[in-house]
Structure formats: structure tokens, C-alpha cells
Ligand binder design. Sequence first.
Ligand SMILES: [Zn+2]
Length: 295
Amino acid sequence: MKRAEVLEQLELACRNGYALGSFSPRNTVLISAIVRAAQAQKSPVIVQMSSNEMRWFELSAKEFADAFRQRAGDAGVPVILHLDHTYDFDVIEHAVEAGFDSVMIDGSKLPFEENIALTRQVVDYAHSRDVAVEGELGNIGGADQLETGGDTSLYTVPEQALEFVERTRVDTLAVSVGTAHGVYPTANPHIDFERLSQIRDLLPDTPLVLHGGSGLPMETVRRAIRLDGRGGISKLNIATDLELIFQRVLGVQRMPNAEVVRLPADALERAIEEVQAFVEDRMRSFLFSSGKAAI
Ligand SMILES: [Zn+2]
């Protein structure tokens, strides 16, 4: 998919009160679960893999992109291939060469000026290849940081977000407003909606991305997406939940992709069906993207 088509999907979502789910299958088998869910719900969707996930599951960008094309090639609904959290330029290059539609460069742990320089370098390269770029400002971190009470010094500063987008020309921005990666230790994760509104005011045309979508309460997600009718979050990353379902259904621990694909076909099919049901539920009741494929 071309960069303009990726951005069009996100802008449609923003204008029409829904968000695209960006799901991590964590192995090539579960790509089918996400694609089937999108087809059943007539929903646009994003399939993502991060550089850490590639390492954990011993998958290259090319292996993942090839498996994606096999399963999503003629899906009949918009399915975007996205590279999630990546810290190195050479990993971005491999993914772009492999055919990813969109890439995330995460310079959020770097000092502001270094984050700008690295993100700008990726934008210049990716845009020349017609690939969209997501940047991150403010540090989203892991769920363990929530136990310290939510350190707002890690949150995105609205004025910096404006300067960051203007100077990097990044297409979409991941914001840190209280969500976290992994499994939440609390039943009520908090989102700083005032901060999210300020960012939206300063950046009315930049699709905003929320990470840490596993385990967020439905009302919180709905409010972040709609943001009082102005259009808030256009892309919600959901990663951990899919792997937890996979492990529960199969009674296995985390394993490399090469071992996953050798598991019995009927067991894998059961896992695909359960993950598909979960993704469909998220499209219907969290993302509101059901039926929006042909909007
Ligand atoms: Zn993330």
C-alpha cells in the first residue's frame, strides 16, 4: 500500500470516529487470524511486528513480509503492513526493502534533538520509498512503571509535539498520555485526556497513535478515539493480548516462529479461531472499525 493510502485510512478513521487496530500476531500463523477478522468485520486493519518481536520470535522482516503477503495479498479489505517500535536505521531499511507499508522509528528514549535527527533521517529515506513513518515523543514504557504512580515526566509535552512534527515531517505520532505496554497491574489505567486534547489542538492534521491497547477499559478507549467528537486516536496498538490467547489455547510458553509453525495444524487452527474472535470483538466494541472497510 502506498504512503498516501495508509494516511487516507488513518484520516478516514479520525474523521469518522473510529480507530484502526494495529495488531501484533507475534508469529506468522496468527497473521491469518487478524486478516480473517478484518474480512469478517469488513474492517480496515494493521498487522504489525516490532524489532524486539523479530528478535524474540527469530523472524526477519522479509520472512514476516512474505508470510503477510501470502495471507493478506487478496484480502478484499485494507490491510496495512507496519513495522512497530524500531530503534535502528538499518532495521528500517530491511523492512522497507521487504515491502512494509509503514514504519515506526522510536527515538523517544533519546534526547529531544537526537530524536528529531534520527526521525528526520528515517522520514527522508522512507518518504523517498513511498512508505509512511510513525515517530514517538514522550516515553510510553512498560506497565511496570504504572506501579510507581504514573511518572508524568515521561508524558508527551504538547508544544514539543508540534515542534517535533514540524521539524521531522513525520506522518503519525505515538503519544505518551498514560497508557503502557504489556499487562496492566491495575483495573483502571489512566489517560490524561486534557493532554491528549492539547496535542490534538496543536496538531489537527496529524494522526495520533496510542500504544498499550491490551487491557484498556472500553470506555477509556472510546473516549480517546472520539475525543468529544473532534477525532482523537486513529491507531491503537494491541499486542500482548494476542500472544496470551495463543499461549492459553495451546498450553505453551513463548516460542520461536519456527517452532510455532511445526505445531499440529488442528491445534493452530483452534488458536487462530480464538484470536480471530478476540480481534473481531475489538473491532466491534473498542475500535468501532467494523463495516468501515469501504467507507
Ligand atoms: Zn508501543
